[in-house]
Design a protein around this ligand. Structure first.
Ligand SMILES: [Fe+2]
Length: 319
C-alpha cells in the first residue's frame, strides 16, 4: 500500500478522517502532489524538506485538530442534553437515537450532502430540546392538552432554536429544530411555512418523527404496525401535511433489503420497563392496522397522527 492509498483509507473512515495527514515523499512532481491532496492529505512535502517548515505546519494542523475535538465534545454535551428531555418520558425511550439513525438514512437515500446528514444526526437528538421549558405536568399529561398547555407545548421548536442560537457549529441544525413541526400546506408551526420554504432537513425530520410516534406505545394507545403507520403518513401527505418526495423515499428505504436501517422493528414498539401498561396488545407487523383510540379514526387522519404525536409529547397543529 502506498502512502497515498493509506491516506485515502484514513480519510474515508468516519472514525479517523479528522486526523491530519501529512505526506512526505521523494516524488515532487505536480501529479503526485495532486494525487496526495485528492486522497485527503492535509499537506504534502517533498524531500528534502525544511524541518522547521514541517514542524510549523504540523503544529498548525494539531492546533486545528484540537479545536475540532473541542467542537466534537461540545456537540456531545448538546446531544446529551437533548437526551435528558427524552429521559423525562419513559415512553419515548430510544426516540432520539432512532430519529437520528432514520433521518440520516433518509437523507442519504434522498442524496443530501454529508453536511446535511450530519445536521440530521444532531437534530435527531436536539429537535425537542425546547421541551426543557415545558413543565412535566404538561409534557407527561396522559390526556388531551387544554388551550394554554397546547400553546406552551407549541413553543418548544422556538425555544429549542433559541437555546442553540449562539452555537455556530449548529447553524445547520437550528432550522431543523425550529421547523420540524411545519406542514407542507402551511398549517404547521411555529412559522406556518409552506412547501419548499420549509428546510429540507425539517421536512425529513417531520416524516421520521411522526412515523416514530405512530410506531411507539403510549399509555393510551398501542403501537401501530409499520403498514398502518405508513398508511397514515400517506393519507396525511395526500391532505397536504408531508413532503410526498420525502415520504416516497422513506417508504422505499423501509422496503429495500438490505435496508441501511431497520424501519420495521423499532425497539420502542415495546413499552419501557416499569412504565404504565399499554391498554392494547403489542405491535404486530402483520396484523391489521390498529386504530389510535378515538371515536372515529378515519374522520380526520391528520388528527390520527397528531394523537400519536401528542402521545410522545410532541405537540401538533391540530391537537
Ligand atoms: Fe417536537
Amino acid at each position: 500500500m502506498t502512502g497515498v492509498e493509506l491516506c485515502a483509507r484514513i480519510k474515508l473512515d468516519p472514525r479517523l478522517q479528522l486526523i491530519p495527514v501529512v505526506i512526505l515523499t521523494t516524488v515532487a512532481d505536480l501529479d503526485a502532489r495532486v494525487a496526495g491532496l485528492a486522497a485527503g492529505a492535509d499537506d504534502f512535502f517533498a524531500k528534502p524538506f525544511n524541518l522547521l517548515e514541517l514542524e510549523t505546519r504540523v503544529a498548525v494542523l494539531l492546533r486545528v485538530k484540537s479545536l475540532v475535538d473541542q467542537l466534537d465534545r461540545a456537540e456531545g454535551v448538546i446531544t446529551s442534553l437533548g437526551m435528558t428531555i427524552e429521559a423525562r418520558d419513559p415512553y419515548t425511550a430510544g426516540h432520539c437515537q432512532r430519529l437520528a439513525r432514520h433521518a440520516v438514512a433518509l437523507g442519504n437515500a434522498l442524496g443530501v450532502d454529508s453536511g446535511l446528514q450530519h445536521h440530521l444526526m444532531l437534530a435527531g437528538f436536539l429537535h425537542d430540546l425546547g421541551k426543557v421549558a415545558v413543565p412535566d405536568a404538561v409534557l407527561l399529561k396522559p390526556g388531551p392538552l387544554d388551550a394554554g398547555e397546547l400553546a406552551r407545548m407549541r413553543l418548544h421548536p422556538v425555544i429549542g432554536a433559541e437555546l442553540v442560537q449562539t452555537l455556530r457549529s449548529l447553524d445547520g441544525v437550528r432550522p431543523i429544530i425550529r421547523h420540524h413541526h411545519e406542514r407542507m400546506d402551511g398549517s404547521g408551526y411555529p412559522d406556518g411555512l409552506e412547501g419548499a420554504a420549509i428546510p429540507l432537513g425539517a421536512r425529513i425530520m417531520a416524516v421520521v418523527d411522526v412515523y416514530d410516534a405512530l410506531r411507539t406505545a403510549r399509555p393510551y394507545k398501542s403501537p401501530m404496525p409499520h403498514a398502518a403507520a405508513i398508511d397514515v403518513l400517506r393519507r396525511e401527505t395526500d391532505k397536504g401535511a408531508w413532503d410526498p418526495h420525502v415520504l416516497a423515499a422513506f417508504i422505499a428505504l423501509a422496503l429495500s433489503p438490505p435496508a441501511p436501517v431497520s424501519l420495521l422493528s423499532p425497539a420502542a414498539a415495546v413499552p419501557p420497563p416499569n412504565s404504565a401498561p399499554s391498554r392494547a396488545p403489542p405491535a404486530d407487523p402483520v396484523a391489521p392496522a390498529l386504530p389510535v383510540e378515538r371515536d372515529d379514526p378515519d374522520d380526520d387522519v391528520r388528527a390520527l397522527s397528531c394523537e400519536a404525536t401528542r402521545a410522545m409529547s410532541l405537540s401538533c397543529v391540530s391537537d
